[in-house]
Design a protein around this ligand. Structure first.
Ligand SMILES: [Zn+2]
Length: 58
């Protein structure tokens, strides 16, 4: 299973409506809208995912 970084919904990779690879990490999206949002501001959504990097607090 994968997690949509935009709306935090779990989905199966093979059912993903979109895929983006940023910094060698592949992200799967449950909708094209989510992919579009992510592609516009990948940093914004990747912050929440950064368990090891807590330095990005604004
Ligand atoms: Zn989503």
């Amino acid at each position: 299973m994968a997690l949509c970084p935009v709306c935090k919904v779990e989905l199966e990779e093979k059912k993903a409506r979109g895929v983006s690879t940023v910094r060698e990490t592949t992200h799967y999206f449950d909708s094209k809208t989510c992919k579009k949002k992510f592609d516009e501001q990948p940093e914004k959504f990747m912050k929440d995912d950064g368990k090891g990097s807590m330095k990005t607090i604004e």
